[in-house]
Design a protein around this ligand. Structure first.
Ligand code: CP3
Length: 365
């Protein structure tokens, strides 16, 4: 049980107290940056840190029927959530789960096909399919395996580092629900925006209502921070993004950042970055295509930015990694959360990932 006590007038400044009255967690770097407090180095966590880069993950995974078994078994999900904290020494854990649990709880079942990715046997084809979806609290409360995994993870972390919860942005979730799988263009999902905009809005609002209730339940279960992933933002343009993605992300952020700090990561959304930066989230994630000096010039030094090293730098030598870390650090300045510009690739050498984390941990302001 957690009590979240608001200390200042600003919605961005919280102090989190637990039932046993100890402050949480011991490593407060990430929460400090998100709450605008000074730190002596940037915190680091890595998108997709819980997963296939770790041999202990692969060993556990090979004993199971599949990915879905791992996601729906709280003890196992907690185990793989803590693995990167132990092995890599990152400053935060991210709960092991998937963005696709949202369509699942709304009634659209997903599978994960080995070496291919997500697959939905049924897809959304028309308004009747959208009307048949459950949404809001009744849908979200079906995801008890996620909330149980969070509870179990909090126990295993013993307050060492904060725990990040996450959700897909409504647009990215809609992409999978209409296409039924990944796609290079997401042209079926985009077609709906042009052919049937009212239907798109109906689906996006149902997703938003569900995501909000889901994230509230995640916070209640113990997550300290929430990140919204808009992984397919980059297939849209400024106008469609402004209509079909941003307003829904902002609804989510507005509902959650009174509870815990929020991070918005919209991959490829360079065309709408100014609007995202002007939004209410506590931090904005940048992909590697974004030029840091240009963004700092636009947004100033106070806005918290996350990212944005190209995951492919991690195929380079340790010196090259350290050099890139220093460059990003000097360009970002204060108010920075170190991360990659997207998820770490599964074939990245583990020792290089560890070297990346250590390079960041040797930085100083
Ligand atoms: O970041 C973490 O370490 C936490 C775990 C996490 C997973 N998925 C585990 C996972 C997170 C945050 C996600 C989010 C997710 N899932 C996103 C948004 C982030 C992004 O990368 O843009 C998206 C688009 C998905 C959908 C999804 N799930 C895809 C495309 C795939 C297959 C490709 C891949 O990334 O491996 C998955 C499966 C998945 N989700 C795996 C993991 C570890 C691989 C499963 C396995 O084979 O073990």
């Amino acid at each position: 049980m957690h009590f979240r006590v608001k200390l200042k007038n600003s919605t961005r400044h919280f102090l989190y107290l637990r039932a046993n009255s100890t402050l949480m967690p011991q490593n407060t770097l990430l929460l400090d940056v998100l709450n605008g407090k000074p730190v002596n180095r940037p915190p680091i966590w890595i998108m997709r840190q819980a997963g296939r880069i770790l041999p202990e993950y692969r060993a556990l995974r090979s004993r199971l029927s599949g990915f879905v078994e791992l996601v729906t078994t709280p003890d196992l999900a907690a185990e793989v959530t803590v693995q990167p904290v132990d092995r890599l020494g990152v400053d935060a854990a991210i709960i092991f789960s998937d963005i696709l649990v949202i369509p699942e709880c709304m009634g659209l079942h997903y599978e994960l096909i080995e070496k291919k990715g997500p697959f939905f046997p049924e897809t959304i084809k028309g308004i009747a399919d959208i009307e048949a979806l459950d949404s809001g609290e009744s849908a979200a409360s079906r995801l008890s395996y996620v909330f149980d995994a969070i509870n179990e993870t909090k126990k295993r972390l013993e307050d060492r580092v904060p725990l990040i919860g996450f959700s897909g942005a409504p647009w990215t979730l809609m992409c999978y629900m209409i296409e039924g799988s990944g796609s290079k263009t997401f042209s079926k999902a985009k077609a709906v925006l042009y052919k049937e905009p009212a239907m798109a809005h109906k689906l996006l609002q149902k997703l938003t209502d569900t995501v909000i209730e889901y994230l509230k339940l995640k916070v209640k279960s113990g997550v300290d921070v929430v990140q919204v992933f808009d992984s397919w933002a980059g297939v849209l343009d400024q106008q469609t993004y402004t209509k079909f993605s941003l307003p829904y992300i902002e609804q989510i952020v507005a509902a959650i950042n009174d509870l815990v700090p929020t991070i918005v990561f919209a991959k490829g959304a360079h065309f709408s970055l100014d609007d995202i930066l002007n939004g209410q989230s506590n931090a904005v994630g940048l992909d590697w295509s974004i030029d840091i000096p240009q963004i700092r010039k636009f947004v100033g030094s106070d806005r918290v930015l996350q990212g944005n090293m190209d995951p492919c730098v991690l195929y380079g030598s340790k010196d090259r990694i350290a050099e890139k870390v220093k460059q990003i650090h000097s360009q970002m300045g204060q108010n920075h959360i170190f991360n990659l510009g997207h998820g770490v690739y599964p074939d990245t050498p583990l020792e290089n990932v560890i070297s990346f984390v250590n390079s960041v941990k040797s930085l100083e302001y």
